[in-house]
Design a protein around this ligand. Structure first.
Ligand SMILES: CC(C)(COP(=O)(O)OP(=O)(O)OC[C@H]1O[C@@H](n2cnc3c(N)ncnc32)[C@H](O)[C@@H]1OP(=O)(O)O)[C@@H](O)C(=O)NCCC(=O)NCCS
Length: 222
């Protein structure tokens, strides 16, 4: 089941729910925990070890665009401020291996970004996982946890995931979770050094009244 950390700061969620950051969510061995200063060494190591696995799918800055935070500390400051304001949910994904229950391992990252309220009330999810932990259903579980938080606590109405047509592994994630395909957006995001076409998938809150985690668990048990 999902659980929430003791809130240190609070605000009214964009759609009227109660959103407090930092937020930690958990289901079985999968944990979503806020990106923090103390994760720096582990985060840099996993990113370095997975550089070639991640490169084709990594967001890059188009020429002439404003440069974002250049250090890990700057990144944490920037995303934490946006998280407190309810504009972003910057989580690290941890995984508790059976052989080492007491020490969850940094497995990847999941970010809900571009959150806006009002008549839009939507956000977009991005994610990656350490190649050594791929294929265990960790990211689908993490996506389900995040989507349920966005719909139930932040009262968002729509969550979108954009995927390059070549990314067959990520396409499996949205297919298994039952995201609705919405078609191709030409040259939609700047990825791996150029503007890349993306297929867009979405879920609206009323499409998963039982919650996405419940739907995912039902599918897995079949
Ligand atoms: C896409 C990604 C996040 C999926 O995460 P995951 O936790 O492995 O998700 P799943 O366990 O559901 O596996 C998804 C698919 O990966 C493939 N897969 C299975 N085992 C695998 C392994 N050992 N290694 C690599 N891929 C594997 C399968 O096609 C699987 O689909 P299936 O369950 O129908 O067989 C992960 O592959 C990844 O980080 N890729 C690089 C970064 C990226 O693409 N990010 C997303 C950008 S939109």
């Amino acid at each position: 089941m999902a659980s929430r950390e003791q809130p240190s700061q609070g605000m009214t969620g964009l759609g009227g729910g109660r959103h407090h950051w930092p937020v930690t969510l958990r289901h079985g061995p999968v944990i979503l925990a806020p990106l923090r200063h103390r994760d720096r060494a582990a985060w840099e190591r996993v990113r370095r070890e997975n550089a070639s696995w991640l490169r084709p799918w990594e967001a890059t800055l188009p020429p002439g665009s404003q440069i974002g935070p250049s250090t890990y500390a700057g990144l944490v400051r920037s995303v934490s401020r946006q998280a407190r304001e309810g504009r972003m949910l910057p989580w690290l994904v941890y995984y508790e291996e059976e052989s080492n229950r007491s020490k969850p391992r940094l497995a990847g990252q999941l970010t809900v970004s571009g959150i806006v309220g009002g008549s839009a009330s939507w956000g977009q999810i991005g994610y990656w996982i350490d190649q050594r932990l791929a294929g265990r259903g960790i990211i689908p579980t993490a996506v389900a946890l995040a989507v349920d938080y966005c719909f139930k606590v932040m009262s968002l109405h729509r969550i979108e995931i954009a995927i390059r047509p070549e990314n067959t592994k990520s396409l499996r994630v949205v297919a298994k979770l039952g995201f609705r395909p919405e078609g191709l957006r030409p040259r939609y995001l700047h990825i791996d050094g150029d503007w890349r076409d993306h297929l867009v998938f979405a879920l609206n809150a009323e499409e998963v009244p039982e919650g996405l985690l419940q739907r995912w668990e039902n599918l897995r048990q079949r």
